[in-house]
Design a protein around this ligand. Structure first.
Ligand SMILES: [Zn+2]
Length: 259
């Protein structure tokens, strides 16, 4: 019987993670809902059923607070400091704006499930999206204003993934950059830092990360997850897993010399 993955949190584990990040040529970061929870960012009730005239009055406060707000939670700043000076790339499943305002490079951030600052047709008739600000301001000035698609007249919604009608056009370029980063890492030491990625949509980050680790000679997986810290058995010797909170791990890492 194989031993189960050790998911405890202690000084030795901290040192292993710090060393892996320090020695890496490249760092691939995956951010899930657990990261935002640890950062104190409210979970978005994306399944909430709303009437047309309730949609924007309900979502605008979230957009203002989580996407247009430049007061970045500490945890985001800590991540930015850890990645400072490194060759990194981030895939993020959260549609907020905090990564953008935390001092990280836009070109290295792939918001795979959309961006609350953009709007799209609710039918996604042409796979087009638009900057939302013009519509947000109008809704706030006149609550009866209903933004509609200029192509087909259907109501506009946030450009955030909730199912099959998602407009992915604004993210294609970053999607390619993400694959270029992974392919370009083949001969390098690749540290994969997975933060709070559970089973809401594991096919986006969690499963592909396990696959990369399995196929990449010099990859190491660092998984920080309070609920689901285990990795697949085949990757156990290439993984450092902990059930500690991200809010505990990142500040502890920062105290270690990272460069
Ligand atoms: Zn349309």
């Amino acid at each position: 019987m194989a031993k189960q993955t050790d998911t405890s949190w202690n000084e030795e584990k901290l040192e292993q993670i710090a060393k892996t990040l320090r020695q890496a040529d490249q760092i691939l970061v995956g951010i899930g809902g657990g990261f935002n929870a640890a950062a104190g960012v409210a979970e978005l009730p994306l399944n909430k059923k709303l009437k047309e005239n309730e949609y924007w009055p309900f979502w605008l406060p979230y957009i203002r607070k989580q996407r247009l707000n430049k007061e970045v939670p500490e945890l985001y700043k800590q991540l930015a400091q850890i990645l400072s000076g490194k060759d990194y790339f981030i895939i993020d499943s959260n549609p907020d704006g905090f990564l953008y305002y935390s001092g990280l490079e836009m070109a290295r951030i792939y918001k795979a499930q959309g961006d609350m600052a953009r709007v799209q047709c609710s039918k996604n008739c042409q796979n087009h999206s638009w900057i939302g600000k013009q519509y947000f301001d109008k809704v706030e000035a006149d609550a009866s204003f209903l933004p509609v698609c200029p192509h087909c007249g259907a109501p506009l919604v946030m450009n955030v993934y909730t199912g099959g009608k998602f407009c992915d056009e604004p993210y294609q370029e970053k999607n390619s950059a993400y694959f270029r980063f992974i392919n370009g890492s083949a001969r390098n030491k690749l540290a994969i830092l997975e933060l709070g990625v559970g089973y809401t949509m594991p096919e986006l980050i969690r499963f592909p990360f396990e696959q990369i680790v399995m196929n990449h000679k010099q990859a190491k997986l660092i998984r920080v997850n309070t609920m689901h810290p285990l990795c697949v058995e085949e990757n156990r010797h290439k993984a450092i897993c902990t059930e500690a909170s991200i809010a505990e791990v990142l500040p502890a890492l920062l105290k270690k010399a990272m460069n």
